[in-house]
Ligand binder design. Structure first.
Ligand SMILES: [Zn+2]
Length: 188
């Protein structure tokens, strides 16, 4: 358990080694305890939706070694703070109220999909997004993955769209990642 191993067929390992660029650009940020932060690449992603993953190949939380497990909480706290600071500068009228921490990992059980290792989703919940997470007075926060799909929600704030093929959107991702790198990077 806890060995410094990579698997060539794992996209998580390829991204954490710098062999493969994250789909939305912006590169990776090295964090304490051998954690890597990159902008999330899935279609449902939007500006600020991040993936936090171990540098080395881990499939379960119980695979993390002591240093990795101990660093996780502080890394999440630091990312939360840095994300709020970036929003305060770039989007001062729409502050980040929470950074949601989500660990779904169904791709591990799919035979046909790309292979990834453990990754934790960090999703900024801004003031504006609060309205979209309610429907007829009920909280529907679990639907956060649907918000940015144009056919599902035309009210999604356009400034947070992050289509991988759109140059302007890629610049927004890169600007965010540059800021976060300056706040978070720990030389190894
Ligand atoms: Zn891996």
């Amino acid at each position: 358990m806890g060995a410094e191993i990579y698997h060539d067929c794992c996209k998580g390992c390829r991204i954490s080694q710098g062999i493969e660029e994250p789909r939305r650009g912006g590169g990776i940020i090295e964090l304490d305890g051998n954690w890597i932060l990159n902008h999330y690449g899935g279609d449902e992603g939007f500006l600020g939706w991040m993936a936090l993953q171990p540098r080395f190949h881990r499939m379960e939380l119980t695979d993390l070694n002591t240093d990795e497990a101990n660093a996780l909480g502080k890394n999440i706290q630091n990312i939360d703070l840095a994300m709020r600071q970036y929003w305060a500068i770039e989007f001062p009228k729409d502050p980040v109220r929470r950074v949601y921490v989500v660990y779904f990992f169904e791709s591990a059980f799919e035979k046909s999909s790309d292979k990834y290792h453990l990754h934790i989703h960090l999703i900024p919940r801004t003031e504006k997004l609060g309205d979209l997470l309610r429907e007829e007075g009920k909280v529907i926060a679990w639907n956060i993955y649907k918000l940015s799909k144009p056919n599902k929600s035309n009210e999604f704030p356009p400034e947070y769209m992050a289509q991988p093929e759109n140059d302007e959107d890629r610049r927004k991702v890169e600007a965010l990642m540059t800021y976060l790198r300056g706040q978070l990077h720990r030389p190894s």
